[in-house]
Design a protein around this ligand. Sequence first.
Ligand code: PGA
Length: 255
Amino acid sequence: MTSVNAKKYLFANWKMYLHLEPSVLLAREFKNKLTNIPEDIQIAVFPSALAFAAVSDALKDSPVFVGAQNTYWVPEGGYTGEVSAEMFARSGAQYALVGHSERRHQFHETNHEVRLKLEAALAAGLTPVLCVGETAAEHKNGTAREAVEVQVRSAYSDLAWPTNRPFIIAYEPVWAIGTGNTCSPVGAEKMAGQITNLARTLTGALPAVLYGGSVRPENVATFLAEPHLAGVLVGGASAKLDSWQAIVRAAVTAD
Ligand code: PGA
């Protein structure tokens, strides 16, 4: 079956893996090595807040976009330690991850806060990338579908998606992130189909659903072959030049 999405998204979530200098060096290498990327493949990196401005600068005039890993919803003010969606947007961000499971579980981010961040990202002109996914316990006890449904509903209920903004959701099972235990492509496809239908019913727009969780050069093509998967969100393997280049190459070949 052919994909329901025209574009393929390859997103590199650098998390807190890289200090400032290696972030800029890696960004420069991406710029120099990732050439001849077909127009239907969109690559973006999500550096730390510290490295964001320098990475954004290093990637100017390259086909690689930049995004924020986490944003605050108030545009500016007395919020010690936070960086707003508005600030990232004005520093060159195109995208913002919203509700990554490490934010939800390690920093106790609620569905309500995720919704506020999603709305603020849209208001700032960014394309939010909502992250959803079930925990290991939910996976085991057979409630994964319900868990993901709650996250999707609270993010998009009564929200008309702006027509000028791509609509992107990342399905990242928590038990697959950073563990080497990838979800099967068939399992990811099934959940992506459910997410697509629900998100479309809620917003009237067709989302591009990405898979994330231990994506590697050797498995990326199996996910991209699934009709409801429009790309991948990659953590560990995106923070090294060799593995990221191999992932991009595999995606271009599979295109
Ligand atoms: P991983 O992380 O590729 O290291 O599993 C994915 C993510 O958290 O976005």
